[in-house]
Ligand binder design. Structure first.
Ligand code: TRP
Length: 344
């Protein structure tokens, strides 16, 4: 039996998260993911952030659009504040160890586990027989993304919780089957309700890049005027803002705008309402708009600038992939040894 390499408590505090380059970044991606990734950077963790292009192609992607979306996502990360020196920033396909470990995990995970994944059921829809095998195996690749770095903390949205539980199941079964304590049992860092950004047209629906109405979302590429206009036109109700969070119950649009303000200002909802309670939306919207423009317009400007320089982006991604491989390669090698592969 291979001796345990490390015990769980000895794992380096390491954050990993990924975003799919499937085109169109919204305020939801910024507040729900990128801003949180930035906040974890330079704390007590190593931070690794990935554009998961191999996940993106589990559903059809036009190759030219995929290339553009990957570079735009990289620009978005940097514009949002990810420092490619401090963090490791790269695209998944450039580090082949992800796909290699995913294969091992395909052999660890059970059909029954995968069949329970609600995201597969949602994405495959009625015609599951026609879904790609990759879409079915998606969570095993996600587990590999995380565990190829022995990541201990994974910030994700609520919708990814089940995939993280599966990641823990895979790590546990691998460790058990091979009699090792090799893969860490990863901690999910789930976003709070406050960072769940809803549609500006319907406070009960998540803000989405695929909503047919562009007015329903703020895109990370929107300029200052567009941001201001969308907030001015956002759906509200006729009442004044309450002075306590409880007063937002059953007022999804009001709650959404207050949540957005709180997240952008790094304040609690209570603190926002202490100031804003009693204000009408005609008064609150301009305040929100001013804050949103101040925080977001510089990001979209920087994104546009970076996106134009594909050469610069590609250099950053190459360097990121190189650094990622330095962490991933020894972990894959050890995994192969544990499993009984000869050579390399
Ligand atoms: N499945 C995640 C999403 O759609 C993206 C992702 C892929 C991811 N691999 C990951 C997130 C690893 C965290 C860790 O949002």
């Amino acid at each position: 039996m291979i001796e345990a390499v490390q015990t769980s408590s000895q794992f380096t505090q390491r954050v990993f998260s990924g975003i799919q380059p499937s085109g169109g970044l919204t305020l939801g991606n910024y507040l729900g993911a990128m801003k949180r990734f930035v906040d974890m950077q330079g704390q007590d963790y190593e931070t690794i952030y990935c554009m998961v292009d191999l996940h993106a192609i589990t559903v059809w992607q036009d190759p030219a659009k995929l290339r553009h979306a990957t570079r735009e996502l990289c620009a978005g990360f940097i514009a949002a504040g990810i420092d490619p020196e401090q963090s490791i920033l790269f695209n998944q396909s450039a580090v082949p160890e992800h796909a290699q470990l995913a294969w091992i995990f395909n052999c660890v995970a059970r059909m029954g586990w995968m069949q329970r994944m609600t995201q597969f059921k949602d994405k495959a829809g009625k015609n599951a027989q026609n879904a790609s095998l990759g879409l079915f195996a998606y969570p095993a690749l996600m587990a590999a993304d995380i565990l190829i770095y022995h990541a201990t903390h994974v910030p994700v949205g609520e919708d990814q919780k089940q995939h993280l539980e599966l990641t823990r199941d895979i790590a546990t079964k691998f460790n058990h089957d091979y009699g090792v304590d090799f893969f860490p049992i990863t901690e999910p860092v789930i976003e709070g309700a406050a960072t769940r950004v809803m549609s500006l047209r319907d406070g009960s629906k998540k803000m989405s890049k695929s909503d047919p109405s562009d007015a329903s979302r703020i895109n990370m590429t929107d300029d200052a005027d567009t941001i201001a206009k969308k907030i001015r036109k956002a759906k509200t109700d006729p009442d004044a803002l309450p002075s306590e969070a409880k007063g937002l119950e059953n007022r999804p649009e009001a709650r959404n705008l207050v949540n957005i303000y709180a997240a952008l200002a790094d304040m609690s909802v209570e603190a926002v309402l202490k100031d804003a309670g009693g204000k009408q939306f005609s008064e609150f919207k301009p305040i929100l708009s001013e804050l949103a423009v101040a925080k977001l317009a510089p990001i979209s400007t920087e994104m546009a600038r970076l996106t134009q320089d594909a050469g610069e982006i590609d250099k950053i991604l190459d360097r990121g992939a190189e650094r990622a491989r330095e962490v991933a390669a020894p972990i894959l090698k050890k995994t192969y040894e544990i499993v009984g592969m000869v050579g390399a």
